[in-house]
Design a protein around this ligand. Structure first.
Ligand code: KG4
Ligand code: ZN
Length: 337
């Protein structure tokens, strides 16, 4: 029954949480969105500085909210990869220092493993094997979860990640940052059938064809062309464009996830990452899963986007199995699961 203090600083959220196995004791998430939105996206150097300014306060708050002190903890964890190097360094350095001072085991956690574990927090009875559809700002992956720490990536994106596509399309529609939630909200007022857009299927002629891989850069270009064309004809029906784009992404992700689960005989699809918050994806996947007798799990919104509770949950599972990381562990901007 490990109790872990976990730190997540891989991108633009300074998050600290205390987790007891699959139970969240406290979770502090400080978003930097307001700071970065003036630049239209995350500025790495600014992100690191922001993490540095707030990390100690966030740690103190997580302990206070959980009504715990250092003696109650069995380990200290931090995201070590992938992510922005400077941002990751802040979190991992804080975690290693605290582990050293308080004589606790230290654990470095892969960010994507954290997104998978968000599902254990919302559904503590969940057990492998299952398929995790991981859709975030940096990843679009179909992951076969076989056991704690045993993963097989069945499909990935060839270019833009799903969240990245939302952010880029929002930028070209001049809607602001981050694009996902803005497009999601605007799409509620638009007609999702207004425009037919390409789903981004990978053709067999593209080297290393894989049926579960996706590609969103063609879709993004198609939206750009559509907008240019509509501009020439007059005002752009932005809500209809947003709804049609969102519908296309949701359909494409749903198709691949269902195919993966069926082909590998997996009965549960657990979704993770920021794009798991998307209302159209939730709707499409729920309908398709029901018609194929599959179970689909979506963590609550606050566990879909970046948070430290998911990192703590992964760390607790590893710690229970006797896994720890050396204090010499570094950070990596890219690292596969
Ligand atoms: O998992 P996350 O918080 O950070 C990464 O690890 O990347 O995901 C952030 C991404 C952003 O691209 C954001 O636009 C997208 O998730 N996102 C959404 C929604 N909420 C966040 N995309 C579509 N619909 C949403 N409701
Ligand atoms: Zn993430």
């Amino acid at each position: 029954m490990a109790t872990v203090l976990a730190i997540e600083t891989s991108c633009d959220e300074t998050a600290v949480a205390i987790v007891k196995n699959r139970q969240v004791c406290s979770s502090v998430v400080n978003s930097q969105i307001l700071v970065h939105s003036q630049y239209g996206g995350v500025v790495p150097e600014v992100a690191s500085r922001q993490h540095l300014e707030i990390i100690n306060q966030a740690i103190a708050l997580a302990l206070e909210q959980a009504e715990m002190n250092w003696l109650d903890l069995d380990g200290i964890a931090a995201t070590c990869a992938p992510g922005l190097v400077g941002a990751l360094m802040v979190g991992i350095t804080a975690a290693k220092t605290l582990a050293l001072i308080h004589q606790k085991p230290f654990l470095g956690v892969h960010h994507l493993e954290g997104h998978i574990y968000a599902n254990y927090l919302s559904e503590p009875s969940l057990q492998p094997p299952f398929l995790c559809l991981l859709v975030s700002g940096g990843h679009t992956s179909s992951i076969y979860v076989k056991d704690c720490g045993v993963y097989e990536t069945l499909g990935e994106t060839r270019d833009d990640a799903a969240g990245e596509a939302f952010d880029k399309v929002a930028r070209l529609l001049q809607l602001g940052y981050p694009g996902g939630p803005i497009i999601d909200k605007l799409a509620q007022t638009g007609n999702a059938q207004a425009f037919s857009l390409p789903e981004g299927n990978i053709s067999r002629s593209q080297g290393g064809y894989h049926p579960y891989d996706s590609s969103f850069s063609g879709l993004k270009t198609a939206v750009l062309r559509l907008v240019r064309q509509l501009e020439q004809n007059g005002a752009v029906p932005v809500a209809d464009v947003a709804a049609s784009f969102q519908e296309t992404v949701a359909r494409s992700l749903t198709k691949r996830a269902i195919a993966c689960a069926r082909d590998y005989g997996l009965e549960t699809i657990a979704v993770g990452g920021g794009v798991a918050a998307n209302s159209s994806l939730r709707k499409h996947l729920q309908v398709a899963a029901a018609s194929h007798n599959l179970r689909v799990l979506f963590p609550p919104l606050k566990l879909c986007t970046d948070n430290a509770a998911m990192i703590g949950c992964a760390a607790a599972d590893h710690l229970n199995r006797g896994h720890t990381s050396p204090l010499t562990l570094g950070v990596q901007s890219r690292l596969s699961l």
